[in-house]
Design a protein around this ligand. Structure first.
Ligand code: GDP
Ligand code: IMO
Ligand code: MG
Length: 426
């Protein structure tokens, strides 16, 4: 039987999904992205080199792996070719890329509208990556978007003209600069021609893969708490980040996923606005930011830092059906005297253990912490669980007990092989 594993972020993104997907890709025949676009930034380090992937799945370095960009994704063709070019310069052909004919195309007007929307929101801005993600998914849901199959068809110029007319009205309503059709249609038509060889019916491709008992890895972008339905709305992204999104964004079918591995950073980070109960606006936060190099891969913004939040994590485990955890950046906690973990919130004097739907309620929640002893040792060269210092082991065991699922994998550094598998999952 072919195996399948879904790797997804259990927090607010940047948990190390790219690194872990790349690690497990050694056993994969397919690596599938199913949502998001180039708002993602997945860092991968191997053979002393560092790569930052945005749109392209983290299996791209092995030409034998088929890398699928699923129907749930939004693709900026310009960003797509820029990324391919970078990879080709580094010696990776990218001829193993399969882009869904149902994925949506992200245009310049989406970038402009993202910028204008954020500007109009003023102090209520989302803090988006300004990659046009929200406006592109908005068009998809409004049923006026453009899919890859139409982008590469002969009808593209007329479809684009119609679409742009409508979108320029929206841009003008914000006092923005309309997009010039004559100028852009030429560039987009050229890109459409160039993208054609990458476009496939990826639903049929995945069906074939399942039939041939291939091993399939699914790679989430963003994190569960940024999901359009389950996240801290409206401070979320516009796609279905959680495991349901892996089904609807790839076409694999409900029974196509065997295991769900939740990637969990040993502490918590967030980029952009929105409530963050365990946020540390102090020297501990600053220390973790520097030690963990917590600056955005895409926007280079400093990430907000906090202690691990088990209220949010338990919620994330439930909504995703996470079967085990991969705990990343554990090494970054080394040197702390104590490690705090949030186990419940206080809201207006009452203790709550579930994640409130409202961002304004969550903003008023204060964390109740359990304090664990820290570890002082450098753990970046550890190869087994047993080699970990006692207090690091206790941290992992505490999480397993609280979350009631195993920590099957942990990570002690950015390199691919600073990964320790405790229980075979793929
Ligand atoms: P992703 O978006 O989930 O793929 O995560 P990012 O790549 O945006 O952010 C994770 C960052 O942590 C990257 O810079 C990784 O190289 C780095 N990283 C991943 N795992 C570890 C780890 O276990 N320890 C340390 N120190 N860094 C890690
Ligand atoms: P990876 O895959 C962290 C955040 C943005 C903003 C919100 C909406 O690297 O984990 P968007 O541009 O998507 O409309 O922004 O979502 N965000 C991320 N935060 N990691 C990501 O991706 C993110 N992608 C979007 O900062 O708060
Ligand atoms: Mg990232």
């Amino acid at each position: 039987m072919g195996k399948s594993l879904l790797i997804l972020g259990a927090q607010w993104g940047d948990e190390g999904k790219g690194k872990i997907t790349n690690y497990f890709s050694e056993k994969a025949d397919y690596v599938v992205r199913y949502q998001g676009g180039n708002n993602a930034g997945h860092t991968i380090v191997f053979d002393g080199k560092k790569y930052a992937l945005r749109l392209i799945p983290s299996g791209i370095f092995n030409p034998k792996i088929r890398c699928v960009m699923g129907n749930g994704m939004v693709i900026n063709p310009r960003a797509f070719f820029e990324e391919i070019e970078e990879l080709q310069k580094a010696g990776f052909s990218c001829s193993n890329l399969y882009l869904s004919d149902r994925a949506h195309v992200l245009f310049d007007h989406h970038l402009e509208l993202d910028r204008l929307n954020e500007e109009a929101l003023k102090e209520k801005k989302i803090g988006t990556t300004k990659k046009g993600i929200g406006p592109c998914y908005t068009d998809k849901v409004s049923r006026i978007g453009m899919r890859m199959c139409d982008f590469i068809s002969d009808d593209f110029p007329s479809l684009y003209k119609e679409l742009l007319k409508r979108k320029n009205q929206e841009i003008l309503s914000f006092n923005g600069t309309p997009i010039d059709y004559e100028k852009t249609v030429k560039e987009y038509s050229e890109m459409a021609k160039k993208i054609r060889p990458y476009v496939f019916d990826t639903i049929a491709l995945l069906k074939e893969a399942r039939k041939a008992q291939k091993n399939i890895l699914f790679e989430g972008a963003q994190g569960a708490l940024l999901d359009i339905d389950f996240g801290s709305y409206p401070y979320v992204t516009s796609s279905s980040v959680t495991s349901g999104g892996a089904i609807s964004g790839s076409g694999i079918g409900l029974k196509g996923i065997d295991e769900v591995l939740g990637i969990v950073k040993a502490y918590q980070t967030r980029v952009g606005e929105g409530a963050f109960p365990t946020e540390l606006k102090n020297e501990i936060g600053d220390l973790l930011r520097e030690r963990g190099h917590e600056y955005g891969t895409v926007t280079h913004r400093p990430r907000r830092i906090g202690y691990l939040d088990l209220v949010a994590l338990k919620y994330s485990i439930q909504i995703n059906g996470i079967s085990s955890i991969c705990l990343t950046l554990l090494d970054v906690l080394g040197g702390l005297k104590e490690i705090k973990v949030c186990t419940s919130y206080s809201y207006k004097g009452e203790k709550i253990s579930t994640l409130p739907a409202s961002n304004s309620v969550l903003k008023e929640c204060t964390p109740n912490y359990v304090s664990l002893k820290g570890f002082q040792e450098d753990i970046s060269k550890v190869k087994t669980f047993d080699e970990l210092p006692e207090n690091a082991k206790k941290y992992i065991e505490f999480l397993e007990k609280e979350l009631e699922i195993p920590v099957s994998v942990f990570s002690v550094g950015p390199d691919k092989y600073q990964t320790i598998v405790r229980k075979e999952i793929f």
